[in-house]
Design a protein around this ligand. Structure first.
Ligand SMILES: C[S@@+](CC[C@H](N)C(=O)[O-])C[C@H]1O[C@@H](n2cnc3c(N)ncnc32)[C@H](O)[C@@H]1O
Ligand code: SF4
Ligand code: SF4
Length: 351
């Protein structure tokens, strides 16, 4: 994979967010923000320095989602989208957001800045009252108001809606409501983040239990292995090394840049770069810590450049050593989890 072949840029414009979704790694179970979060964002000035015009012009897809923040919180989000559009009149531009920040005027301006062939993917996880059980600290009415303003100004709105036990009975009604409003596409997502757990605790900022969320009864994604099966180091190594990795990074000609300017082959591996050990109260946390350690060692070996150092200003081969971690003997745990059938069957494993 060479830089000159890159066609898609996934960027984390910020790691700031007002929400506290219980399964988002920026917080602990919907409560306290994790200590490694820096609340930083990429400014327009930095963006112009880091991403040369000819690099932006070669892209066919520019989108921001990120691991730890909401792009629409980045102070120069709108200005950065205007700039990318100037440099590249045809690329698809996208934003994944909870949509609950800023005012209607800002959302109308965003629709104009993005222009045709672009879309914003709003998170709407049920109707008012249900939505906020997962999208903690957002307000359903405000999200809808912002989305309506975006659509009215000519923007294409999509919705990704997470299904849980508490909202699974209203998906049809929600789909109709959103379609009537002009939403172009609605994608219901059954999260894989419960793994084999029956419920997930939601905490407040002091670490006290507020309530639990439960997977949907009708569409739960069942893993092929129990989490506990990964605790034994010998068994874990066997599972990981036996997995057949189909690297999405190679097939998609994509790179990921986080809010600190670090550049990676994908957002999944990037999620382990800045993360610090999590308090181990459930098996999921223990395995998360093992995965972070394993992936940090891989990244140390393959090298993680920072775009601040001018890496995008000249062509080069990207991560030539990465393929050594897909060869069986030494498989990377993140690559096996995300790009093989290790825990979930192939359908939708990239969710
Ligand atoms: C960290 S968020 C960043 C973008 C933005 N803040 C948002 O939430 O849309 C990255 C992605 O994770 C998704 N997400 C959050 N919780 C999830 C869950 N439990 N299962 C699957 N995806 C989830 C978000 O909807 C978003 O698409
Ligand atoms: S809105 Fe996105 S970034 Fe914010 S807490 Fe939820 S999943 Fe995380
Ligand atoms: S998880 Fe590994 S194989 Fe999959 S896209 Fe990321 S770097 Fe490539």
């Amino acid at each position: 994979m060479n830089l000159a072949d890159i066609k898609q840029l996934h960027i984390e414009l910020t790691d700031k967010c007002q929400a506290a979704c219980p399964m988002c790694p920026r917080n602990f179970h919907g409560g306290k923000t994790r200590d490694f979060i820096r609340n930083q964002d990429i400014s327009l000035e930095q963006f112009k320095e880091w991403f040369p015009k000819d690099f932006l012009a070669q892209l066919n897809n520019f989108y921001s989602c990120g691991n730890y923040g909401d792009p629409c919180f980045a102070k120069d989000c709108l200005e950065i989208y205007e700039y990318v559009r100037q440099c590249n009149p045809t690329a698809r531009m996208g934003i994944h957001t909870n949509g609950g920040m800023r005012n209607t005027e800002w959302w109308a301006r965003l629709a104009v800045a993005m222009g045709k062939n672009s879309d914003v993917i709003f998170a709407v996880d049920g109707f008012k009252g249900k939505h906020e059980l997962y999208r903690k600290n957002t307000n359903f009415d405000k999200v809808i108001e912002n989305m309506q303003s975006f659509i009215k100004a000519g923007g294409t709105a999509h919705v990704d809606s997470l299904i849980f036990a508490h909202n699974e009975d209203e998906t049809e009604e929600l789909e109709k409501y959103l379609k009537d409003m002009g939403v172009d596409k609605i994608n219901f997502v059954s999260t894989t983040r419960f793994y084999d757990m029956e419920r997930f605790e939601v905490q407040d900022n002091s670490g006290d239990t507020e309530y639990y969320i439960y997977p949907p009864t009708k569409h739960k994604r069942e893993p092929t292995k129990h989490l506990d099966e990964f605790l034994d180091p010998v068994a874990r190594k066997q599972f990981i090394n036996a997995s057949i990795i189909d690297p999405k990074c190679i097939n998609s000609n994509e790179i990921y840049v986080n809010a600190n300017g670090d550049m990676f082959p994908c957002c999944w591996i990037a999620a382990n770069y800045v993360e610090e050990p999590i308090e181990e109260t459930i098996t999921l946390h223990t395995l998360r810590n093992i995965n972070v350690e394993d992936s940090k060692a891989v990244m140390k070996d393959i090298g993680i450049p920072n775009v601040e150092d001018g890496v995008l200003h000249k062509d080069s081969e990207l991560w030539p050593k990465l393929k050594n971690y897909w060869a069986g003997k030494n498989n990377c745990m993140t690559c096996a989890l995300q790009c093989s059938n290790l825990v979930y069957e192939s359908k939708g494993r990239y969710d």
